[in-house]
Ligand binder design. Structure first.
Ligand code: GSH
Length: 347
């Protein structure tokens, strides 16, 4: 199928939603025409007579299936669906070892870097005030002043109360901050070597990181200040990645794992240091039917609610790892050895 035969891909999203930003940058890079409705998916689903997704998430995509139009969420499988629908300008490397590391980076971005995003957005009052003011306007810039005041208060109260969802509280705040700074330092070193995480063309992992960073660098004052301090290359990269429609990738632009710069390992080490213990503790709690979990992360006590979705993410990562054969497995193991990520892949 070519795009010329197709209606633009329809999605509903929010400017302040990292996963929306992830997907529209990916659509631009892949040169897939799209149209986005800025707003809440419920209204569009109802207007189109399509069942609402459960849970309703931003972004929500609309895809025609054999039995009619469907509202679909979750960016990671949507990326794979788009790969199957349209050829060329792929964001999933063919080499299985590279594809695994790309997937790991995407998972880390979606499930851990989003903790940076949500924490900085709502933890400090000055950041919460910024987000409370701008988020309603991002859906309707001409909103009546009274409605704006009301929505600002509503969204701020709601989201500040939900900080626990990402495990943000007074004891985890320094851990999140330290992780964000180390992550930025690793990005600074890595971007000094190459334009994208796995070489000279972007993978799904780049778009995952980009989505969270659009907010951290472009929307919320505290993480923006830190990014400018720690990693000017990341600040520039976010602008750069927003529109890669002119980039002309070739197969050789993926760099083999064995030839990657040492800076990739630094990124892997951050995943192993903070994300691996969180994923393992969460999965154990899901297994035991416990509603909350606590673990030592980066030397501090971390308490948070259990999420079955993240246990699924860990299972998917493991399935992909177990499927690696021979030399691919050896290359991945060599990259990850001593990073702490191995603990996530114990089967
Ligand atoms: N795993 C999903 C996550 C999407 C997601 O969590 N979206 C957020 C906004 S960025 C959301 O809609 N949250 C529901 C809410 O805030 O009520 C994806 O990759 O698309």
């Amino acid at each position: 199928m070519t795009m010329a035969d197709e209606e633009p891909i329809h999605l509903v999203g929010g400017w302040g939603s990292p996963y929306t930003q992830k997907m529209i940058a990916l659509l631009r890079y892949r040169r897939l025409p799209y149209r986005i409705t800025w707003g809440q998916p419920e209204q569009t689903c109802d207007a189109l007579g399509v069942a609402r997704p459960t849970p309703v998430l931003l972004p929500t995509f609309f895809f025609q299936e054999a039995d009619g139009l469907k509202a679909i969420t979750d960016s990671t499988p949507i990326i794979r669906r788009l790969e199957a629908m349209f050829s060329g300008r792929s964001v999933t490397p063919k080499n299985p070892g590279l594809a695994f590391i790309d997937y790991l980076i995407e998972d880390f971005a979606d499930e851990w870097c989003t903790k940076y995003m949500f924490h900085y957005r709502w933890y400090a009052p000055a950041d919460a005030d910024n987000a409370g003011t701008l988020l309603p306007l991002s859906f309707d810039v001409s909103m009546a002043t009274q409605d704006h005041e009301h929505l600002k208060q509503w969204v701020t109260e709601r989201q500040v109360k939900r900080l626990y969802v990402v495990g943000s509280n007074d004891s985890s705040a320094p851990v999140i901050d330290a992780s964000y700074r180390r992550f930025l330092a690793a990005m600074e070193n890595h971007l000094a070597e190459q334009h994208f995480m796995l070489g000279h063309r972007p993978g799904a992992g780049d778009f995952g990181l980009y989505g969270q960073l659009t907010q951290l660098v472009g929307f919320d004052p505290t993480p923006r200040r830190i990014a400018h301090e720690v990693s000017p290359r990341t600040v520039a990269w976010v602008d750069h990645l927003s529109d890669q429609s002119g980039h002309a990738p070739s197969e050789q632009d993926w760099i083999a794992l064995g030839d990657q710069p040492a800076s990739l390992r630094e990124l892997m080490s951050e995943i192993g240091r903070v994300y691996a213990p969180a994923q393992l503790a969460n999965a154990r709690a899901v297994q035991a039917g416990e509603k909350t979990w606590s673990a030592t992360i980066d030397g501090a006590q971390w308490n948070q609610r259990t999420f079955s979705y993240q246990a699924k993410c860990l299972a998917w990562t493991n399935e992909r790892y177990q499927a690696l054969k021979g030399g691919d497995r050896t290359e991945v193991d060599a990259l990850l050895q001593g990073t702490g990520v191995e603990a996530m892949l114990a089967g």
